[in-house]
Ligand binder design. Structure first.
Ligand SMILES: Cc1ncc(COP(=O)(O)O)c(C=O)c1O
Length: 164
C-alpha cells in the first residue's frame, strides 16, 4: 500500500498491475496466422471473435471495434447521447470516459471517487443527478467492481460499466 497516495486509508489494498497483460505462445501463433493470411482487418477471425464473445457474455450480438475509446463512443451513440444530455463520470479514470460523451455533443459531469478505492462514490454521483442526466459511466478502476446497486438506487438512468 502506497502511504503517499493513501495516507488515511485503513483498508489493505493489494495493488493490481494496470498494464501487465498475459500473452502466451498460442496467442502469438494466432496473431501470426492472421498476419500470414489474406485478411488483416475485417476477416473471418473478427466474426469468429464476435460470436465467441457474444456467447461468453450471453448476449445476442457482439461488435468488435479497434479500441476502448471506440467502444465507449459506440455505447454513447447507442444510448442516443446528444447535446441536451449530461453523463456522470468518475474523476479518476482515463480521458476517454469523458471524451466519449463530448464526441456525441453531450456534457460530462464529474462525480468524485471514494478515497480508499478510487471508484465513483454513489453518494457524490447522486448529488450530480439533474433533469439532463441520461447515464452514469462507472469505471471498475484497477479491476475493483463499483457499487452498482447503490449507483442504480432510485433512478432510471443508464448505467454503463467499463473496466479500467
Ligand atoms: C478506463 C479506460 N477507458 C478507456 C480507455 C481507452 O482505451 P483505448 O486506449 O483502447 O482507446 C482506457 C485506456 O487506458 C481506460 O483505462
Amino acid at each position: 500500500m502506497n502511504k503517499k497516495f493513501f495516507p488515511d486509508s485503513t483498508r489493505s489494498l493489494q495493488p493490481i498491475p494496470y498494464g501487465r497483460q498475459s500473452t502466451d505462445e498460442e496467442d502469438v501463433a494466432a496473431g501470426c496466422s492472421v498476419l500470414r493470411s489474406d485478411w488483416l482487418t475485417t476477416g473471418p477471425k473478427v466474426s469468429e471473435f464476435e460470436e465467441a464473445f457474444a456467447e461468453y457474455v450471453e448476449a445476442k450480438y457482439a461488435v468488435a471495434v479497434s479500441s476502448g475509446t471506440a467502444a465507449l463512443h459506440c455505447a454513447m451513440y447507442a444510448l442516443g447521447i446528444s447535446p441536451v444530455d449530461e453523463v456522470i463520470v468518475p474523476t479518476m479514470t482515463f480521458a476517454a470516459t469523458a471524451n466519449c460523451v463530448v464526441f456525441q455533443g453531450g456534457t460530462p459531469v464529474f462525480a468524485d471517487v471514494t478515497r480508499d478505492t478510487l471508484l465513483i462514490d454513489p453518494d457524490k454521483a447522486e448529488l450530480k443527478v439533474g433533469d439532463r442526466t441520461k447515464a452514469v459511466i462507472a469505471v471498475d478502476y484497477a479491476g475493483q467492481p463499483c457499487e452498482y446497486r447503490s449507483l442504480q438506487r432510485g433512478t432510471d438512468w443508464h448505467l454503463w460499466r467499463t473496466d479500467g
